[in-house]
Design a protein around this ligand. Sequence first.
Ligand SMILES: Nc1ncnc2c1ncn2[C@@H]1O[C@H](COP(=O)(O)OP(=O)(O)OP(=O)(O)O)[C@@H](O)[C@H]1O
Ligand SMILES: [Mg+2]
Length: 343
Amino acid sequence: MNGQSDLQAAVAETLRRQSNLPGRQCLSVSDGFGSPLGSMSSMAVELAGVTKSYQGKAVVDGLSFKIAPGECFGLLGPNGAGKSTITRMILGMTLPDAGNISVLGMQVPGQARSARARIGVVSQFDNLDMEFTVRENLFVYGRYFRMKAREIEAVVPSLLEFARLETKADTRVADLSGGMKRRLTLARALINDPQILILDEPTTGLDPHARHLIWERLRSLLARGKTILLTTHIMEEAERLCDRLCVLEGGVKIAEGRPFDLIEEQIGCPVIEIYGGNPQELRLLIKPNARRIEISGETLFCYTPDPEQVRAQLRGHRGLRLLERPPNLEDVFLRLTGREMEK
Ligand SMILES: Nc1ncnc2c1ncn2[C@@H]1O[C@H](COP(=O)(O)OP(=O)(O)OP(=O)(O)O)[C@@H](O)[C@H]1O
Ligand SMILES: [Mg+2]
């Protein structure tokens, strides 16, 4: 038994280092930031004027947003927009230079340890212990939250079921597929029944089946009243799951709202994607009937309230492929974050 405890302690330490979770000695980080916004906040998460710079360059710049209890809030933005930095600051793992952060009414970083006890985290890159089994990974993570062995044993079956890993409990993590590892990471984040989940690109790199399975699991968590902060590059994921979104570029908020509202405000008409011709020539041709035209690589995107007219203008042009569709969040993302506007 002692041997096993030693092993678990060693694994917990490895896991702590890998997951970058602060150890006990780091947990009384003093709060040098601003007023006690948290003590007044009924929000699950609230950021006010948060700024972080590296080497003199702001990577998060005066950012404010609020996430209500039970809400799924999405953070979107191109690579390097500052999404992961924001999640780390909410967890108290990266200190902001200015601004206030509160989590369930607790100030971060001052009360980060208490706040973290109520948060489940799926970080951008898997940090499972590859040499240990699925069950052992759940076990050591539970120990990090000071759960007793019998408490962990009591929840492991439901977590395995949640992750659909019942048959893999004694498999080494190194032998799991990428989707299984991601599901295990999500299940592990639930071990202490957190109120808030912070998920940094939880389905990147997964096949469509695995992705749909995780979406379904996340919806079930929302139905149980959990609050989710989700960062993603998968626009379908954001559109399906998020109640509200914040779009970032260069650490600055450039849009915030409900997915449907953002699509209506930013696009608001059908889209025709046109492939197979010379985009510049086609642009001149259809310009009179387009509200906006954008060219991305070999594809021309025509935003038009009158798709029939555009189709009529293109009739007779050989080799063109046209795809007419409703506008979506990807159009919003590309518009806001820099697909070159042509009109
Ligand atoms: N520890 C660090 N030291 C220096 N620069 C950093 C550090 N962490 C992040 N950055 C920089 O901050 C910026 C934001 O990085 P961050 O990881 O938050 O972006 P992101 O939006 O999560 O990007 P991605 O979509 O690629 O995951 C980047 O320019 C990055 O290089
Ligand atoms: Mg990131």
